[in-house]
Every structure is written in C-alpha cells, then in structure tokens.
Design a protein. Structure first.
Length: 253
C-alpha cells in the first residue's frame, strides 16, 4: 500500500495517467483511424456505459473508505472508555499496586495519543514497541496484585485490563484495513479506458479533455485521503483520549 500512502501522489499520478490516455486517444483518432460520422452514436453508448461503471466503482470504493474511517473513530472512543474504566477499577487493588497501575496507564495513554498523531512509519514503529512493553508491564502488575483465589472484584480488574489490551489490537487491525490494491487497479484501468474513449471520440482537440481527468483524479484523491489513517489530510483525531488524559493527571500531594 506504499503507493497510496500519500494522497497527493495519487492525485498527481491519476491526473497524469488520465491526461496521457486522453491525449493518446485524440492522437490515435487524428493519425491512425479517424472516427466515421455514423460511428459516433455507438461510441457514445460505450462511453456512457464505461462512465457508469467508473462511477459505480468510485462510489463503492468511497463507501469502503468512509466505513473504515468511521470504524477508526469508534475504536478510538472504545479505547478511551476501556482505559478510563480500568483507571477507576485500579482502586480495587491494594494501594501500592493501584498507584503503579495508574502510573502505567498514564504512560500507556500517552503512547496511544502519540499513535494517532504520528505521521511517519518509523514513529509508529517506535510507539508500537513502547506500547507492547507497557502492555506487558500492565498485565504482569495486575496479575501479581491479585490473590491466588481471584475474587470477583479482582476478576473485574483483570477483565478491565484485558479490554484495554484488546482495544489496542482492534484499533491496529482497523488501521491496517485499507482499500485493496485490486480495487485501486480496477478504478485506474476503467478511468484510463474512459479517457481513451473520450479522447478518441472528440470531434476536435479541446481543453475540455482535461475536465474528466481532473474530476476523476479529485475523487481518487478524496478516497486515498480518507482511506489513509496516518498521512492523509482527513484524519481521526484522538479527542476522547486527549479528554481522558486531562482527567487522569495525577493530583498534587
């Protein structure tokens, strides 16, 4: 998916490829096989069908991108709820263990906020490594704090920590869930075909041939931007995690 990690690159490549396709179609009409007058109606029918298919594929891909964006937003909220709940449940542990769990949860929350605002893959890899270390520390601390009998109250704390760890896994899976490369390839192929047909079907060379590439490329840019959770302009902001961080600040002695 590296090719689609920058929506502006998608915009530039899509615009260039479609413009070249329209130019080649126009060049083919002028130099190799001029279109006969009675063939325009048949070509118009083919162009209309191709444009309809392109619109359907773009709409389907846009719907996929939006659904994934909504899923990432919902999982950010779920993460904040899970961390906040476990922070409160830490009071059920002995005081020394409770304070350690709360301290680790504050550090863990900082890493989760950093995960959402990180731009580069190197940053995210470092954050994921630190997150995994904190998860191990949190789990081991909670397990050591409970008694061998594991009362119902202690089980509640363990279940809450399990929710914290699971919520991070769900979020990571949602960030990996992107529009398949095959869908991008299909959209690109149909878009290029449309522009070839438009270039070939024009009765004369016109600046209007740039309109379709510009419109379709803008649609590609929007899809790539929404689908990209890290490098896009439209991104999920960790609003719930940031709000939770304000409530989890340690109180002054």
């Amino acid at each position: 998916m590296d090719s689609f990690d920058n929506p502006f690159v998608v915009l530039a490549l899509a615009l260039l490829a479609q413009w070249l396709a329209a130019y080649l179609g126009d060049l083919f009409r002028k130099t190799m096989r001029p279109l006969k007058e009675d063939e325009h109606a048949d070509l118009d029918l083919v162009r209309t069908a191709t444009l309809t298919l392109l619109g359907l594929v773009i709409g389907f891909s846009f719907a996929m991108a939006v659904s994934r964006y909504d899923q990432r937003k919902n999982l950010e909220e779920a993460e904040a709820n899970a961390i906040g709940t476990e922070y409160v449940r830490a009071d059920l542990l002995p005081s020394a263990d409770a304070e350690k769990v709360r301290e680790l949860l504050r550090k863990y929350l900082d890493q989760r906020v950093a995960f959402y605002v990180a731009r580069s893959r190197d940053q995210s890899d470092k954050i994921n490594a630190e997150t995994a270390k904190l998860q191990a520390d949190l789990w081991s601390t909670v397990v050591r704090a409970v008694t061998p009998q594991r009362t119902a109250v202690e089980a509640l704390v363990i279940a809450g920590m399990n929710d914290v760890l699971n919520s991070q896994g769900y979020t990571q899976a949602a960030w990996w869930n992107r529009i398949p490369v095959a869908a991008w390839g299909l959209m690109g192929l149909i878009a290029i075909s449309c522009n070839l047909l438009f270039g070939y079907g024009e009765r004369r060379t016109s600046a209007l041939a740039l309109v379709l590439p510009l419109i379709v490329s803008t649609a590609f840019f929007l899809i790539a931007d929404i689908d990209n959770p890290r490098a896009g302009v439209i991104r999920v902001q960790p609003q719930n995690l940031l709000a939770l961080a304000q409530t989890m600040k340690p109180t002054a002695p």
